[in-house]
Design a protein around this ligand. Structure first.
Ligand code: B12
Ligand code: SF4
Ligand code: SF4
Length: 305
């Protein structure tokens, strides 16, 4: 039987910053938290979050063979000075599509495990699957969930992507780590739109990340006022976090920063971009789902401020 230590060695060889094992069963507090979020309508128009809720809350319903969940974190941080007047672009959108990058590395891990132990079954998810990744990451001891609802990985911070490998082999659940937010409320105070309703509970309808990337159709005049100069995504509740200021270090994965020069563009330069150029810049980027019409909508909102 492969040991957890052997798996960890393979994981770190793939370049991940942290990993851990979780039991497939989520603790009741995480289940309650999710139900509270969805029942309040905080998922906005992300209707896919309403589907398969029972399967999302209990992955054994979809994968009856599951015995453990390997959770990984991939650091995407890169230090840069924020140009003062340009439209802001969140760090996670400055590189190539993380879904593909993290997925490929997890599939490499699965292949290595299959070679070592025939009969292993695994299923990889990065972001888009019916899995509450942050809850598994916390259970797997990677870090703690901050009041901004991000998973803050010990010694790394929260600028990291998560991915899971659902496995049919048992592994002892790592210990959950101590929550280090303490009395700090910086993220709640810094959020420009008041989207952090209470610690860990985000109202997507007010969240700039949702509005700029996920929301379909036009903005209401109220929504257009909320962008606070963000063109794609929003990092305010991470930038203000003392743990990111202390721990964040540059990623070794150059693909996560291969569009870094985009932060240099002024609003006027963005406005000149044609649909063809837009496609060229953002093909295989993490914002590939953002269509040109939504990009133009975001720009219009920034112009109207
Ligand atoms: C829907 C979604 C969004 C929505 C809603 C975000 C939200 N906070 O719910 C929107 C579009 C707004 C969004 C924004 C962002 N997202 Co997003 N998103 C997701 C997605 C697909 C599902 C999240 C979800 O289930 N939300 C519902 C809520 C209730 O669940 P949750 O926040 O994950 O919280 C669970 C636990 O953390 C826990 N919990 C949290 N707080 C507390 C407090 C208490 C007291 C308790 C008991 C439990 C608890 O309970 C919850 C349920 O189990 C995940 C991928 C995935 N499949 O998990 C990525 C994911 C969470 N997003 C990610 C990222 C990077 C972002 C952004 C930083 C992008 C950006 N820069 O613009 C922002 C951050 C905004 C924010 N403050 O959360 C990463 C997070 C990485 C990390 N280190 O945490 C993920 C994991 C994608 C990935 N694979 O890397 N996102
Ligand atoms: S991503 Fe921005 S808008 Fe959303 S909760 Fe964080 S600070 Fe608020
Ligand atoms: S800013 Fe403060 S409260 Fe918010 S996540 Fe960071 S440590 Fe926690």
């Amino acid at each position: 039987m492969i040991s957890a230590e052997q798996i960890r060695t393979i994981v770190f060889k793939e370049g991940f910053a942290a990993c851990g094992f979780s039991d497939p069963i989520l603790k009741p507090a995480y289940i309650m938290h999710f139900k509270k979020w969805i029942n309040a309508g905080y998922h906005a128009d992300m209707r896919w979050m309403e589907r398969n809720v029972e399967k999302r809350l209990d992955i054994r319903k979809r994968f009856p063979w599951v015995k453990s969940v390997l959770v990984v974190a991939d650091n995407y941080f890169n230090h840069f000075d924020v140009p003062l007047y340009n439209p802001r672009i969140s760090r996670y959108t400055l590189g190539s599509d993380y879904h593909a990058i993290v997925k490929k590395k997890l599939l490499n891990i699965l292949s290595a495990l299959e070679e070592m132990e025939p009969g292993i079954i695994g299923k990889v998810y990065v972001d888009t699957g019916p899995v509450i990744e942050r809850a598994f990451a916390a259970q797997a001891g990677l870090g703690w969930i901050g009041k901004n609802s991000s998973l803050i990985v010990n010694d790394i911070g929260s600028y990291c992507f998560l991915g899971v490998l659902i496995l049919n082999i048992p592994a002892k659940q790592s210990n959950e780590t101590e929550k280090l937010c303490g009395n700090c409320t910086k993220c709640i105070e810094a959020c420009p739109t008041g989207a952090i309703i209470e610690p860990g509970l985000i109202d997507s309808r007010k969240c700039i990340s949702y509005l700029t990337i996920e929301k379909k159709g036009d903005f209401t005049s109220r929504e257009a006022q909320l962008l606070n100069n963000w063109l794609f995504g929003c990092d305010v509740c991470q930038e203000c976090c003392p743990w990111n200021q202390k721990w964040a270090k540059n990623t070794n994965e150059t693909k996560y920063i291969d569009r870094l020069l985009l932060i240099e563009r002024s609003l006027n330069e963005w406005l000149e971009i044609t649909e063809e150029e837009f496609k060229r810049i953002f093909t295989n980027s993490s914002v590939k789902l953002l269509r040109f019409d939504r990009f133009r909508r975001n720009l219009q909102a920034l112009m109207s401020k």
